[in-house]
Design a protein around this ligand. Structure first.
Ligand code: GLV
Ligand code: MG
Length: 346
């Protein structure tokens, strides 16, 4: 067992001290860029002004023959862009792949001082986090990196879901976790070819009543896993995210999937297509009417204790905390987006 005092000691002499608190940042959408494509890299400076996080993807969807070019392209775009308050992340290849070691060593060596987060795919257990944690500390020491690079795990294997609590608590470097519905479906032998969202055959039907047609209701395939992930992350003080939604032509279904995740406790989702940026912005910025109601609750209970009635609804210490979640998020959104700030009255 790792002893409490060792938990926050650097894992290599000369590495920066692990963070005790996560940086407070708005991360409504993690926007995926394929960095081997020059045309896409050229759009990054403009993109960095529109999104909360730019992620250079090196893993799945990057052709095998372009793995080296993607890594080099990511380094180039990281060096040449001023990201301002926008996060810079990369998704490296899986630890058992032929590319992961070079991804980590080359990127930290070249742009470790600009990189906020490494997204690690196919995490099966805390051992994957421990390996990357140690290697990052060694590289941070060698390259005199000033602030620790954080780790974001993708929850996309059945074994990872079994170990989700241990993964969330594996290191002070843990930033959060995203649900990866495509790999997870494959790992579990779920019978769907969709990337996220519902499935028309996953439903409950009403009892038969004579010859009347029986009502059928589609159920949420991802509810269980998102709930499990959100609990593991919230308990460990890290952040939960929904991952990819693959049908770019179905904006309504994408919005519904993102909103379910938001309501259940997720802070953002991946955007794989430019059209999904606006969807994520809309869903993961709290509704101004909800924020106005939350402000009423906080104003009516300045010390957060007791009970009051507002518009016929009971409020107490717990609803005060719920209201605070919405107001704190609205303040973060307002700091980045003055138009939303005006709508929140902040
Ligand atoms: C994402 O990586 C997924 O597998 O859904
Ligand atoms: Mg995946």
């Amino acid at each position: 067992m790792k002893l409490p005092r060792q938990f926050f000691a650097p894992l290599a002499i000369g590495a920066p001290a692990p963070m005790r608190e996560l940086p407070v940042r708005l991360e409504r959408m993690i926007h995926f860029v394929p960095p081997h494509m020059e045309k896409m890299r050229a759009k990054v400076p403009e993109l960095a002004r529109q999104v909360d996080v730019v992620l250079g993807n090196l893993e799945d969807a990057i052709p095998v023959e372009a793995k080296g070019a993607a890594r080099a392209g990511f380094i180039e775009m990281a060096r040449s862009t001023d990201f301002g308050p926008t996060g810079l992340w990369t998704r490296i290849n899986a630890l058992n792949s032929p590319w992961a070691l070079d991804d980590i060593v080359d990127i930290v060596g070249a742009v470790g001082n600009k990189l906020d987060v490494i997204m690690l795919p196919k995490v099966d257990g805390p051992w994957d986090i421990h390996y990357l944690d140690q290697l990052l500390a060694q590289l941070e020491a060698r390259h005199r990196i000033a602030k620790p690079i954080m780790i974001h795990a993708i929850l996309e294997t059945a074994q990872g879901v079994n170990n989700v609590e241990a993964i969330a608590a594996a290191s002070p470097r843990m930033h959060g976790m995203s649900l990866g519905p495509a790999d997870l479906a494959a790992s579990r032998a779920m019978k769907t070819t969709r990337v996220g969202g519902g499935h028309p055959e996953y439903k409950v039907i009403a009892d038969a009543a004579g010859d009347a047609p029986r009502a059928a209701y589609q159920q949420d395939l991802w509810h269980y896993t998102i709930g499990k992930m959100v609990d593991a992350c919230a308990a460990a003080g890290i952040k939960a995210f929904y991952g990819p939604f693959g049908d770019f032509s179905d904006a309504a279904a994408c919005e519904a999937q993102f909103r379910n995740a938001f309501l259940m406790g997720c802070l953002g989702a991946w955007s794989l297509h430019p059209s999904q940026i606006a969807i994520a912005k809309k869903v993961f910025s709290p509704d101004p009417a909800e924020v106005a109601f939350a402000k009423k609750i906080v104003d009516a209970m300045p010390d957060g204790a007791g009970a009051v009635m507002i518009d016929g609804k009971m409020q107490d210490d717990a609803t005060w905390k719920q209201a605070k979640v919405l107001i704190d998020l609205a303040k973060l959104v307002a700091a980045k987006d003055p138009d939303m700030g005006a709508r929140y009255g902040l």
